[in-house]
Write a protein that binds this ligand. Sequence first.
Ligand code: ZN
Ligand code: ZN
Length: 137
Amino acid sequence: MEKQTGQCLCGEIRYSFTDEPIAAAHCHCLDCQKATGCGFATVFGLAGQDVELFGQESLGEFTLKARSGLSVTRLFCQNCGSPMFTKAENNPDFIWIKAGSLDQSDWLKPTDSCWTGSAVIWAQADPTTTHHRGNPE
Ligand SMILES: [Zn+2]
Ligand SMILES: [Zn+2]
């Protein structure tokens, strides 16, 4: 597909890719609610090698064991605090990117909603997506 770009709020972290994302989903887990300050996180996934990253030295990271039992590392801009990427220990070569960081995202079509059991009343799971009680298989 056409080259896509994204960045954090301050612009220190930037990325680009040309491959179609392998997945796109809304995550309603409690960790994503805390980490984003929002009702859910919308993310898309790519093989890490397919993402060109700029300003990597400004990335901070925080690792926590998620309720799924997996260690999840969340990467954010140390300058402006924007949440940017997530990596899970079971698939370290895969990178989840926060959809709101895209410069242009009209093309993105999330297909799944994860951890819908913890969806808050004011940000319910998107009925046009497939709902999962946990992570999709
Ligand atoms: Zn930033
Ligand atoms: Zn989550």
